[in-house]
Write a protein that binds this ligand. Structure first.
Ligand code: UDP
Ligand code: MG
Length: 330
C-alpha cells in the first residue's frame, strides 16, 4: 500500500442542538485520523444551540485536548453561516466540511484528503450514493442536482452532501449566504477548472440522535436559492446583459412600430390617435428603462461583491483566536 498523503487539515463541523452527537463525533474523528501524519484541527462551530451542545464541546476540548477548537457563535445563524465561520477561522491547507449529526462518517476523511492531494484537485465532493433520508428530501435534491449540473457543466451527483474536502486557498475567498452551502461546487466552478473538481462515494447513516433541523420550509428556501443561483451563474458577472437583452428587445419592437407608422404617415394615411403609436412609444421607453436598470444593477453587483464586509455571523466579543491550539504545526 502506498503511503497516504497529508497536509495541515481543518475539519469544520456546524452544530446546532447536537448534544448527544458531540462526543461520539469527536471520538470518531480521532479514530479516523489516528494514523494521519499531518497536523489537524477540529473546528466545532456551535451555532447558538439552546441545549448542552456548548458544554459538550467544552468537555470534548478538555477530554481530547488541543485538536478540538470550539467556535461559539453568539446566536443561531444557520448551517451556512456556521460553515462560513469555520472556513474563515480554519488554519489548515486542506479544509473538510461535514455534518455534526454523524450522518457523514469521519472514516471517509483520510481517503478524500488523499485523493485531493494525490490528484492535485481543488474539491473532492462526497456522493451519498446510498442516501439514508426520506423521499421528501431526496426528490427536491434530485431536481436541484440536475439543474446545477446543467448550469455549471460540473458533473457531480450530489451537490448537497456536506462532506467535502477543499484546498483552503480556493475556498477561503467564498462568501456564503442563505442556504448557499450546497452551491459551493457551482461557485467553485466559476473560479477553477471543472477538471479540478471530483467526487467520491461516501458513507451515509440515518440520524440516530437529535432531530433534523429542517422541514418543508427549507425545501422552499432551497428553491428560491436555486432561482437566484440560476441568475447568479448566468448573469452575475454582467447583469447588464440580461436587462440589455430585454431592453433591446423592447426597444426594437417599439422602433419597428414607429417605423411602420412613419411609412403610413409618408404615404399620407391618417395615423391620428392610433393605439399602435402609444404602444410603440411605451416599448421604446421600457427598453430605455431596462438598459439603465441593467447598468445600475451592474454597478450594484460590483459594489456588493467588492465590499468585503458581508457578514453572516458574529463571534463573541472576547473570543480569543490566537494561540489556543499550539498543537497545530506540521
Ligand atoms: N445546523 C446548524 N445550524 C442550523 C441548522 C443545522 O449548524 O441552524 C447543523 C446541524 O447541527 C448539523 C448540520 O447542520 O450538523 C446538518 O443539519 P441537519 O442534520 O439537521 O440537516 P439534514 O441532515 O436533515 O439535512
Ligand atoms: Mg443530518
Amino acid at each position: 500500500m502506498t503511503t497516504q498523503l497529508a497536509a495541515p487539515l481543518s475539519i469544520v463541523v456546524p452544530m446546532f442542538n447536537e448534544q448527544e452527537n458531540v462526543s461520539p463525533l469527536v471520538e470518531r474523528v480521532h479514530d479516523a485520523l489516528a494514523d494521519y501524519t499531518g497536523a489537524w484541527e477540529l473546528l466545532l462551530v456551535d451555532d447558538g444551540s439552546s441545549d448542552a451542545t456548548v458544554a459538550r464541546i467544552r468537555e470534548a476540548r478538555e477530554a481530547f485536548g488541543s485538536h478540538v477548537r470550539p467556535i461559539p457563535l453568539t446566536r443561531n445563524f444557520g448551517q451556512t453561516a456556521a460553515m462560513q465561520a469555520g472556513i474563515d477561522l480554519a488554519r489548515g491547507e486542506v479544509i473538510v466540511t461535514m455534518d455534526g449529526d454523524l450522518q457523514n462518517d469521519p472514516i471517509d476523511i483520510p481517503r478524500l484528503v488523499d485523493r485531493l492531494l494525490r490528484e492535485d484537485l481543488d474539491l473532492v465532493a462526497g456522493w451519498r450514493r446510498d442516501r439514508k433520508d426520506n423521499w421528501l428530501r431526496k426528490v427536491p435534491s434530485w431536481l436541484a442536482n440536475r439543474l446545477i449540473r446543467r448550469l455549471t457543466g460540473v458533473n457531480l451527483h450530489d451537490y448537497g452532501c456536506s462532506m467535502k474536502v477543499f484546498r483552503a486557498e480556493v475556498i477561503k475567498g467564498v462568501r456564503l449566504y442563505g442556504e448557499m452551502h450546497r452551491f459551493i461546487p457551482a461557485w467553485l466552478a466559476t473560479q477553477t477548472a471543472p477538471s479540478r473538481i471530483a467526487e467520491e462515494v461516501v458513507t451515509h447513516h440515518p440520524r440516530t440522535a437529535g432531530t433534523s433541523k429542517y422541514g418543508l420550509s427549507r425545501t422552499f428556501r432551497v428553491i428560491i436559492d436555486l432561482i437566484s443561483v440560476y441568475f447568479f451563474m448566468r448573469f452575475s458577472a454582467r447583469p447588464a446583459h440580461f436587462f440589455g437583452l430585454l431592453g433591446t428587445g423592447f426597444g426594437l419592437l417599439g422602433g419597428l412600430g414607429m417605423f411602420y407608422l412613419l411609412i403610413e404617415k409618408i404615404l399620407g394615411h391618417d395615423i391620428g390617435d392610433r393605439p399602435l403609436l402609444l404602444v410603440s412609444i411605451l416599448f421604446i421607453l421600457i427598453g430605455v428603462q431596462m438598459l439603465t436598470t441593467g447598468v445600475l444593477s451592474e454597478m450594484l453587483s460590483r459594489t456588493y461583491y467588492e465590499s468585503r464586509d458581508v457578514r453572516t455571523y458574529h463571534l463573541p466579543a472576547r473570543f480569543d483566536l490566537a494561540g489556543e491550539n499550539d498543537a497545530f504545526r506540521m
